[in-house]
Design a protein around this ligand. Structure first.
Ligand code: ADP
Length: 256
């Protein structure tokens, strides 16, 4: 947790057709920080996470992670659009948990977690399983290691998805409304696990959530989005208790 810059969006614009979803966006996230993106639906929050996962490409601007461009690579001293190999390398540093858990339905819990470390990172099966069991303990699912996803509740499946993302030992964990698809009684268990991870590891987190109490608990910084721009940012104390921007006040009074 050295506080150096880990993520940088530099003048990023993303359009879908004529619709400008991110507008000349600039922000940085320091290593080890937990940053929450808030703002009305459609303001571009998920698009940011999808750009970081390289599921989308920006139309303009650059994105870097750990000092390496995700969007570009240097060839012969010139910055050119990144190739697949470069993207794969930089992306190894980034894990993501989605609203829908997306577990492999035909694999037991343990194998869901070991699959990528073995095939992408080249870990031995034994190493990957040892790491997976540690992570299952962290997310409170030790006794479910041999089950299939369909035998678990939504909350348990989401905790497996969190363990699976962490198994790649990413520097950054992206969380995209990870409790939105859960029955209300299962939300707290997942948020408790994430709180625990936020407070006990040095992983950098970038989080889109409607759970404002959770955001208040774990965030170092809160960024308020509106129409593809950050209109205000600050500590959770400042943002939730005394925001400056009328749009932030309006948004928070509707959701709190
Ligand atoms: P948020 O996460 O803040 O709700 P999103 O990043 O999901 O916002 O979406 C921002 C805007 O981009 C929305 O208006 C949405 O309809 C639009 N959008 C997102 N993905 C696509 C897509 N693949 N094609 C067209 N429009 C999209």
């Amino acid at each position: 947790m050295d506080g150096s810059e880990l993520i940088r969006f530099d003048r990023v614009t993303k359009r879908f057709g004529d619709h400008v979803v991110l507008d000349d966006l600039e922000f940085t996230v320091a290593s080890g920080k937990h940053v929450t993106l808030i703002g009305p639906s459609g303001s571009g929050k998920t698009t940011i996470l999808r750009l970081l996962m390289t599921l989308l490409k920006p139309d303009e601007g650059t994105i870097s992670v750990g000092g390496r461009y995700l969007t570009h690579e240097e060839r012969n001293g010139k910055l050119v659009p990144a190739g697949e190999k470069h993207i794969r390398e930089v992306r190894k540093n980034i894990g993501m948990v989605f609203q829908q858990f997306n577990l492999f339905p035909n694999m037991r819990v343990l194998r869901n977690i070991t699959e990528a470390p073995v095939h992408v990172l080249g870990l031995s099966k034994e190493e990957a399983e040892e790491r997976a069991r540690e992570l299952l303990e962290l997310v409170g699912l030790t006794e479910h290691v041999d089950k299939y996803p369909s035998q678990l509740s939504g909350g348990q499946q989401q905790r497996v998805a969190i363990a699976r993302a962490l198994a790649m030992r990413p520097q950054v964990l992206l969380l995209d409304e990870v409790t939105s698809a859960l029955d209300p009684e299962l939300v707290a268990g997942v948020l408790d696990v994430l709180r625990d991870i936020a407070h006990t590891t040095d992983i950098t987190m970038l989080c889109v959530t409607h759970e404002m109490n959770f955001a208040r608990d774990i965030s170092d910084d809160v960024l308020m989005f509106n129409e593809g721009r950050v209109i205000e940012s600050g500590s959770p104390e400042k943002m939730f208790n005394d925001p400056d921007h009328p749009r932030t006040r309006e948004f928070l009074s509707a959701v709190l």
